[in-house]
Design a protein around this ligand. Sequence first.
Ligand code: UTP
Length: 595
Amino acid sequence: ASILTGAGRGRAFDELNDAAAQRLLEEQKHVFADWSTVKQCLENGTTLQGRDRDILDALVELDARLDLTAYTATAKRLLKDATNKVNPLEGWTPSVPQGDLLEAHSEQWRAMERIGLREVGKCAFVLVAGGLGERLGYDGIKVSLPTESTTGTCYLELYIKTILAFERRSGNTLPLCLMLSKDTEAATRALLKEHNNFGMRADQISFVVQAGVPALSDAEARFVLENNEILCKPHGHGDVHSLLAQSGLPKKWLARGLKRVFFFQDTNAFALRTLLPALGSAASRNLDVCSTCVERRAGEAMGALCLLKKGTSSLLKNVEYNQLEPLLLSTTGKGDVDTPSPYPGNTNQLIISLSGEHGYVATLERTGGNVPEFVNPKFNANRTFKKPARLECMMQDYPQLLQGGSVGFVTLTRNAVREYAPVKNSPESAIDKVKQGLDAHCASSGEADFYALHGDFLRCGRDVVIGGKDSPVLYRGLSVEMPPRIVLSPSFALIEDDIVKAVKGVTVHKGGTLIVEGEGSVELEDVIVEEGSALRISTVRGVELRVLGLNVANDGYRIEAPGVTKAEVIRGFRIVRRDETHLRFEEPGSYAVAP
Ligand code: UTP
């Protein structure tokens, strides 16, 4: 009997005599302790035992999932190009693409938000959360981190609460799919379970789980053995498209009457706020794919959208930052040196249309969602690899699967703060980024940006005064100027029109805290939060509350360095609630609070 029987047969191993299978095993024979015995067993059909049997089983399993012959062939081709320093964009000339530009507080922005709010009731949401977050230096899952430490709301909770607020405004149930990996699956499921899915129904949430791909030790695509196992590494967020294709979810969403899917990432607290103007823009231009962009800075670790031309072909493509510099140097003689860059910075938040010839469902059916792969080996001086490489893929390369269709982007701007504040870096690497004139994109800066955005959002109301920032304080060596700490729940306001309606006269002085949390409807009129004081308003669904003429003066909340828990330590502080004025309404009904 074949030793492969019962071990699950991979495509390459269908026949023991299959030449491709034999060649593959020959190429990877270094992973076996005793290759000649393995070979003999394969030839004789005798049963292989022990460690080599486990390795063979692992190869068979990987092959069934990945087609190792194809994987190694692609790897060899790409590794050869990388070794020879072949420019993958050779022959393409970049130019600045034309897209939509929206500025917060403008009439055009508000018009797009209104359309976005209407269209969001027909959206599915896909959160890619399989990444390791090595740069952040945090050993837990990133979605469990607090978006800010005034309320401690974690990313996953903020995302789910915002989707639930979209649902209440539209009356539709909206699906959320999470892409996880073996590094994040158990902890993410446990987080959801512990918090009862943060209020979302279990049947609204689905999961796809990415598996690793074999790490490669050299240009011959030789696999790596670690602790007697084939070493596998993440394949990148581009897996989301093939996994969704396999899951059949997009088809179901389309059949349910949904129109678009929104893809977003694990630690950008602005993702679902920026969605609404971006969605309005995408819908009004009828785009098949729309990327949300912000102004990009020279040298920033953020892809740039470029219109690439070669002969008669032209395509709008995300060019990753490591490829942008050589592309610009070779075509313009000047690298990625301008700030702001003329090329929009891709935040990797994609709005993709489900239906039609160039829609997501049809495209996945045609291509299986397999976006192009790339490899990024780091070389020693003698051209050996510093550490094992692997094939990777990126979700923003999805437009390369299209054959036609309309691909575009929208750039969002706001004077007060950039519309993109991901938390990706450790405090140490954030210090280096700041030295280079880039955003810190770490936990403390993400928190300060969160308050800045909410303060600026509140300014859409009448007579709103938000006090100045605290003097800069070093947290883990990084200088942070903290604005008044304003946290507004998505139920309170989703778009600028909501703030216009609900806010007439609010002042939050320096060092002050204003929290509006919960699902009720709240109006604020002539409310003053004195310097360093805290006002917290909590409501449940069905509460209609007017707060009229309130002057809040108390000891408020204070920032204390360096923090205790791991999540606090990576930002370098925690917030201590000394005192607050807490207006709490736990029974539905109409209320007013006045002096
Ligand atoms: P990042 O670029 O932040 O990468 O991913 P990362 O792997 O999470 O972090 P580092 O590079 O190790 O520091 C962008 C988004 O893509 C997801 C991440 O979870 C994040 O939301 N991602 C990344 C995946 O879902 N799978 C992957 O294989 C890689």
